[in-house]
Design a protein around this ligand. Sequence first.
Ligand SMILES: [Zn+2]
Length: 211
Amino acid sequence: LATLSNGIEKANLDLAYEEKMISKYQKILSRKKYMSKRYQKALRTYWKWQDKKTNKIKDTYHKISHDLVQTYDLICMENLNIKSMFKNKYWSTKLQRIALYSLVEKIRYKAQWHNKEFIQISRWYPSSKNCHHCGYYNKDLEYEKEWTCPQCGKHHNRDINASKNILHEGIRILQEKIIKNLRDGGDSTVNLDALASTAREVRILELHSSR
Ligand SMILES: [Zn+2]
């Protein structure tokens, strides 16, 4: 579902069982006489499984958004790219796409509640093709899961490299926001706190990776 810049991965939902039951009852419904007693009984079970599936998505996304907002002071995310979602087998169904939008919305409003920074990066920002270590732009990169930077020799996991670039871009946007806020005479305490704790975390991560 998501890869974080510190290497943590959030697993995608497993809805296989719910989907199997839904299609099973769809088939049962098609064989019954419309609106007969048996049809109505099967219809109730069919809706029960639809509800189970929807609730599972809702609960999981509530938990993920809650955890993210509780754990991190600065959350940077790429704007959703509809085109690539159609190509991804996980996000190709309409329900999944709607669910993903709702996850982003949950993160957004929970971040606001808890005074955390939530920054969305333009989908045109080349997060995957830049080496986060030296900035080299790898124009030949397509869908490879891993690649080695020809300039600095660092080996990258595609998603982790992209998320580190997104974080760097998010920090840059946050810095701009703070400067603008201070210039306008606003209070930037909250933004500064987020920036400071993120900078600490990034420094710790970089120490770890250089060892
Ligand atoms: Zn590099």
